[in-house]
Design a protein around this ligand. Structure first.
Ligand SMILES: [Zn+2]
Length: 250
């Protein structure tokens, strides 16, 4: 059986001298791991369309227990992400989040594909600060994978009129100033602009998602909050995140 789909290569692994096993986030078939045979050879017809971060059209043979790429055609290679170590580290972190948060059997991956393609485009064109892009991606992918936080009203007393809120990763939402004394876990006092940024990154329409900015001090706060929430939801560290942070500090 053959399947036809477009998709983004989010992971690659060498399995022999010439063959790779690539992980593809497809539009209609979820996450697929497929063999790309002979593609380490520059002359191979699938060479340029089966590289990490390539967005390609695929014709894939589906066997009883494995997938093999028959044909592939590069639609967009995001080549400039591979020429900049910071961009590449952030792109690989985004891919890693998808691998960790989206189940392979999940079939409705069109929105996730759209999210990462847009994020990679914004990253490659430098249309937005890396840190802001990272925070938006983190909140959006968490929201799409079952961890949408409550950012509307106090998760304890349900008050939405209160002006002062804290973000509490452990409750997956915000707690008002009146209730916060009862919460001993990590908490972040929210400036108005940071609460707005969080709400925007989670609830805004897709095509408006990246359309806002924050002052650098507030961006630091947002960044600390989204990363803390992400690590709380994942319950583990990611090497790609550690690597990205190492690069950004040096
Ligand atoms: Zn409250």
């Amino acid at each position: 059986m053959q399947i036809r789909t477009d998709g983004l290569i989010i992971k690659e692994k060498l399995v022999s001298e010439n063959d790779k096993l690539v992980t593809i986030l497809t539009r209609n078939f979820g996450i697929i791991r497929a063999f790309a045979q002979g593609v380490k050879n520059l002359k191979n017809k699938n060479f340029s369309s089966t590289q990490l971060l390539c967005y390609s059209d695929f014709i894939i043979f589906k066997g009883r227990n494995k997938y093999i790429i028959n044909e592939s055609y590069n639609k967009h290679s995001f080549w400039n992400l591979r020429c900049n170590v910071e961009k590449l580290a952030l792109a690989q972190y985004f891919c890693d989040l998808i691998l960790n948060l989206i189940a392979e059997e999940q079939r409705h991956t069109e929105d996730i594909l759209r999210l990462i393609l847009n994020s990679l485009y914004y990253l490659s064109e430098e249309k937005i600060a890396y840190k802001l892009l990272k925070s938006i991606f983190e909140m959006r992918i968490l929201s799409m994978s079952g961890y949408m936080p409550n950012l509307i009203y106090c998760s304890n007393c349900k008050d939405s009129a209160e002006k002062n809120f804290y973000f509490v990763p452990a409750v997956h939402g915000i707690i008002c100033a009146k209730c916060i004394k009862d919460y001993k876990s990590a908490k972040f006092k929210l400036a108005e602009s940071v609460l707005y940024a969080l709400r925007h990154s989670v609830y805004s329409e897709f095509n408006k998602m990246f359309a806002f900015s924050l002052k650098s001090e507030r961006l630091e706060e947002l960044s600390a909050i989204t990363e803390s929430y992400l690590l709380k939801c994942l319950e583990k560290n990611l090497k790609t995140l550690d690597f990205y942070k190492q690069i950004m500090i040096n």
